[in-house]
Write a protein that binds this ligand. Structure first.
Ligand code: ADP
Ligand code: ASP
Ligand code: MG
Length: 411
């Protein structure tokens, strides 16, 4: 009997009616002869509410206690979900992350999964039960509760699917699949039928919040079939798969916008071996995740260095740079919080020419100034002013015809 993992996001389990509806999805899969593992998020905006509750009592809450608190959101959902299944006449059992030995490292609020006790889940499935696992959480080796970072229930689901050898991991959410860009910002963004792990990794890392990035990493590593789909509509969503030959045919598959960013620039640091290493060692030590790094030599003696980070890492990054700036003989430091990054992504970029020209042309026509540009093999990103960023995204989507399905775009 094949196993399927079904993950329900916060909006899909926001109230009793929605939990009942989600339970019907599960029951349908059981009736189709599948063993089902459900992973669920906290209901509605509960995680935000718990964070607000914590901040009301302490503006700088200890991270261990934060994890202890936030993990309760998903625990409530899975027990309620199990009750709904029981009421419908199905045998179900819910577990916390700790109860299925979802072992993580000890980095509170952004822990990484190390291992899962698949046996415990298998045993319950073999007894004919529907197994529900609270998303977003685990425990470290000292039994402290940890959480996986915002949006982390996707990662719980895909990691469980990988460890159980599940047939498929369905991600039920409030959109009908992955779109070429966030459909809440660009209303006519087209739905994508199939997308490669690499493209989805880029989109997720560039701010497409629809999938947690580490979930995609797990999917790629263990080749888990991921199906992102709507919890309120029946139709097929988007399959995230390994790369298929036809995917090369289209240059740009999607575009992203990242608004919660900051940029730090170090002006005129000494241009000598070891300085970049010193700066980034200090940032790593402060657990700051650095995105794009740009360094330019301005003379044989001096270089300018800048990098972007998530805005939540700014206090830690600011402190780290303060500590290192004199050591690298930096003339001045500038910090910008009014920026956003627009990116286009596509595996076809490896073989198509003219993508950069089209992107910069679209921004020029929209009169958006480009602050800095970074590229990888399958993406181009431009930092722009935050207040121009949505206009920029719309211009880019129009230029690459991201409102149309792939087969209707001009070549
Ligand atoms: P859930 O609570 O189900 O995990 P999320 O809010 O985390 O849901 O993710 C779904 C949201 O992701 C959508 O409502 C949409 O606004 C946003 N999103 C951002 N980029 C994209 C994209 N490229 N395709 C689809 N949705 C996207
Ligand atoms: N409840 C957590 C959050 O809101 C995790 C998740 O929904 O995936 O970020
Ligand atoms: Mg999510």
């Amino acid at each position: 009997m094949a196993i399927i993992v079904q993950k329900f996001g916060g909006t899909s389990v926001a109230d009793a009616e929605k939990i009942r509806r989600a339970a019907q999805r599960v029951i349908k899969a059981v009736k189709n002869g599948l063993k089902v593992v459900v992973v669920a998020s906290a209901r509605g905006k509960q995680t935000d509410q718990l964070i607000a509750d914590a901040l009301e009592l302490n503006p700088n809450p200890p991270e261990r206690e934060m994890d202890q608190l936030l993990s309760t959101g998903e625990i409530q959902t899975v027990s309620l979900f199990a009750m709904a299944l029981d009421a419908a006449g199905y045998d179900a059992i819910s577990f916390t992350g700790g109860q299925i030995r979802m072992i993580t490292d000890s980095v509170h609020t952004k822990a990484r999964i190390k291992s899962i006790d698949a046996e415990r889940i298998h045993k319950q499935l073999d007894e004919g039960k529907i197994v529900l696992v609270a998303g977003f959480q685990g425990i470290d080796e000292n039994e402290n509760i940890t959480t996986l970072g915002r949006g982390g229930s996707d990662t719980t689901a895909v990691a469980i699917a990988a460890s159980l050898g599940a047939e498929e991991c369905e991600i039920y959410t409030d959109v009908d699949g992955i779109h070429t860009t966030d459909p809440r910002i660009v209303k006519n963004a087209a739905k994508i039928e199939q997308i490669s792990f690499d493209e989805m990794l880029e989109l997720a890392s560039l701010g497409a919040g629809v999938m947690h990035i580490r979930a995609v990493e797990f999917g790629k590593k263990y080749d888990v079939k991921i199906h992102v789909r709507s919890s309120s509509e029946e139709r097929e969503g988007t399959m995230i798969t390994s790369e298929q030959p036809q995917m090369e045919g289209i240059a740009v598959s999607g575009a992203t916008i990242q608004k919660d960013m900051a940029k730090i620039g170090l002006v005129s640091v000494d241009n000598k071996p070891g300085n970049a290493a010193k700066i980034f060692a200090r940032l790593a030590n402060a657990k700051v995740v650095v995105n794009d790094i740009v360094q330019t030599e301005v003379s044989t003696e001096k270089a300018n260095l800048s990098f972007t980070i998530g805005i939540s890492d700014l206090p830690a990054a600011r402190k780290a740079i303060e500590q290192i700036k004199d050591e690298v003989n930096c003339e001045s430091v500038f910090i910008r919080e009014d920026i956003a990054e627009i990116s286009v992504v596509g595996v076809g970029m490896r073989t198509h020419y003219g993508v950069a020209e089209k992107l910069f042309g679209a921004l020029a026509k929209a009169e958006v100034n480009i602050d800095s540009i970074t590229t990888s093999e399958i993406r181009i990103s431009c930092v722009v002013n935050k207040d121009q960023s949505e206009k920029a995204l719309e211009a880019v989507c129009a230029a690459f015809e991201l409102d149309k399905p792939v087969e209707k775009r001009s070549r």
